[in-house]
Design a protein around this ligand. Structure first.
Ligand code: NAD
Ligand code: UGA
Length: 469
């Protein structure tokens, strides 16, 4: 029986392994993590992450061929294939701080694999890593292996949060990179056989190691670049009377451009786009390619500009001051259908408004109060380095309340900001919200999900991204 162990029971490790277990009943899958609360949650009715469809998949396999455990060493020792899906955040200190990927967690996982292994293993890079990481991992494993053979594969993950289960069930492609040696090819085949249980063969792409590593960074850079491109256009639309939704629709009809990923927004968020582009920028700089680095850096700059532009619009529309005014924030997660707040644009927007002394009343259907308070007190990049957490600042607490629904959040407010495109925000009773707000009542739709004409008829002053005022 093939035994798989995945180190890291996070947003990628958990759902990916649950789907492998579901689709491959003959394979035993163990997901291990150093975090006891996380593993306890995976073994409970309250899974540690919110992801549509995930609970059903986990319930079907857990205890049969899917196990969650903190006994990392035992499961690594027993496995034939070890996936490593630990976090690879941006470094906050030292060489490359603010750009380079922090591979501390990865390296410690690799050293542990070398320490505990008693049989040959395929080690799979599932985390997103800088190109040439496989070479470093190979060195660590080979120099500590005591005669055991390790084959390293790169198998980056392309799932998006909120649609992870569907993405895993029907991936556009699965990418496997390996050494072009007989042993490397054998390892690629072994991993391919796992995915072939449910993924059509022509969607399983095999490349050399470095192409696979670069492809992951390239895919995220291209996706983020599309959003920055459309967001840059949104500023031009606002300045000229064009409507960015019409522009996206028109250009998306060109089959060479395509219609997906052209929604203008308050800015992209999430744990990966910014981190991976910064990482790409750093790699280009280290390889003596400053022009290439600067090209990709601009994607992040436009994203920061979009968030700042949104805050400035709120403040300037409300007569250049939001001091002491209650502003409702609807949505805090970085996108709908997830409770994840890593690098959510809501953090920068809220901090910007708080800098202008606004009082915020925040509601998100999936983000608990303690996460919102924690996120608003953290420094940039610190979310994945819990030791650097700042002490609770009384001013943050006084300026922010977390509401239990959208009506409570908006009551007596001067303005409403939509920062996540949750479906429930489309169908709220906006007449009721208007009646309970201060006047003039403002709506700032950072996701372009609301019916502007309808809101204007009610009496709201409405600002949408990239639309005529
Ligand atoms: P995460 O923080 O949710 O999960 C990582 C887990 O690894 C944590 O639970 C942590 O406790 C555990 N861990 C760290 N070091 C460990 C060790 N030495 N031994 C055992 N467990 C350890 O991260 P994530 O969102 O799942 O992302 C993981 C990787 O996948 C990152 O490189 C990320 O860039 C990449 N990725 C993420 C997504 C996504 O949608 N979140 C998608 C594609 C790729
Ligand atoms: C993204 C990629 O889509 C995945 O393929 C990749 O595996 C993953 O990053 C990763 O490496 O972590 P994710 O961040 O989960 O997935 O979600 P996306 O749907 O890509 O959205 C990212 C951000 O862009 C969100 O804040 C979203 O609201 C924003 N976005 C997306 C827009 O502003 N406009 C769009 O048209 C699309």
């Amino acid at each position: 029986m093939v035994k798989i162990c995945c180190i890291g029971a996070g947003y990628v490790g958990g759902p990916t392994m649950a789907v492998i277990a579901l689709k491959c009943p003959s394979i035993e899958v163990a997901v291990v993590d150093i975090s006891v609360p996380r593993i306890n949650a995976w073994n409970s009715d309250q899974l540690p992450i919110y992801e549509p469809g995930l609970e059903e998949v986990v319930k079907q396999c857990r205890g049969k061929n899917l196990f969650f455990s903190t006994d990392v060493e035992k499961h690594v020792r027993e496995a034939n294939i070890v996936f490593v899906s630990v976090n690879t955040p941006t470094k906050t200190q030292g060489l490359g701080a603010g750009k380079a990927a922090d591979l501390t967690y990865w390296e410690s996982a690799a050293r542990m694999i070398a320490d505990v292994s008693k049989s040959d293993k395929i080690v799979v890079e599932k985390s997103t890593v800088p190109v040439k990481t496989a070479e470093a991992i190979e060195k660590i494993l080979m120099h500590n292996s005591r005669g055991i053979n390790f084959q390293i594969l790169s198998n980056p993950e392309f799932l998006a949060e909120g649609t992870a289960i569907n993405d895993l069930f029907k991936p556009d492609r699965v990418l496997i990179g390996g050494r072009e040696t007989p042993e490397g090819m054998k390892a690629i085949k072994a991993l391919k056989d796992v995915y072939a249980h449910w993924v059509p063969e022509d969607r399983i792409l095999c490349t050399n190691l470095w192409s696979a590593e670069v492809s992951k960074l390239a895919a995220n850079a291209f996706l983020a670049q599309r959003i920055s491109s459309v967001n840059a256009m949104s500023a031009l639309c606002e300045a000229t009377g064009a409507d960015v939704s019409q522009v996206s629709h028109a250009i998306g009809f060109d089959s060479r451009i395509g219609p997906k990923f052209l929604n203008a927004s308050v800015g992209f968020g999430g744990s990966c786009f910014q981190k991976d582009i910064l990482n790409l920028v750093y790699i280009c700089e280290c390889n003596g390619l400053p022009e290439v680095a600067n090209y990709w850096k601009q994607v992040i700059k436009v994203n920061d500009y979009q968030k700042t532009r949104f805050v400035n619009r709120v403040v300037s529309s409300m007569f250049n001051t939001v001091s002491g005014k209650k502003i409702a924030i609807l949505g805090f997660a970085f996108k709908k259908d997830t409770g994840d707040t890593r690098e959510t644009p809501a953090i920068d927007v809220c901090k910007g408004l708080m800098g202008d002394k606004a009082r915020l009343s925040i509601y998100d259907p999936q983000v608990p109060q303690e996460h919102i308070q924690r996120d608003l007190q953290m420094n940039k990049f610190d979310w994945d380095h819990p030791i650097h957490l700042q002490p609770t600042s009384p001013s943050t607490i006084n300026q922010v309340i977390v509401a239990s629904d959208a009506y409570e959040a908006t009551k007596d407010s001067h303005g409403v900001c939509i920062l996540t495109e949750w479906d429930e925000f489309k169908n709220l009773d906006y007449q009721k919200i208007y009646n309970n707000m201060q006047k003039p009542a403002f709506v700032f739709d950072g996701r372009n999900i609301l019916d502007v004409e309808k809101l204007r008829k009610i009496g709201f002053i409405v600002y949408s991204i990239g639309k005529p005022l």
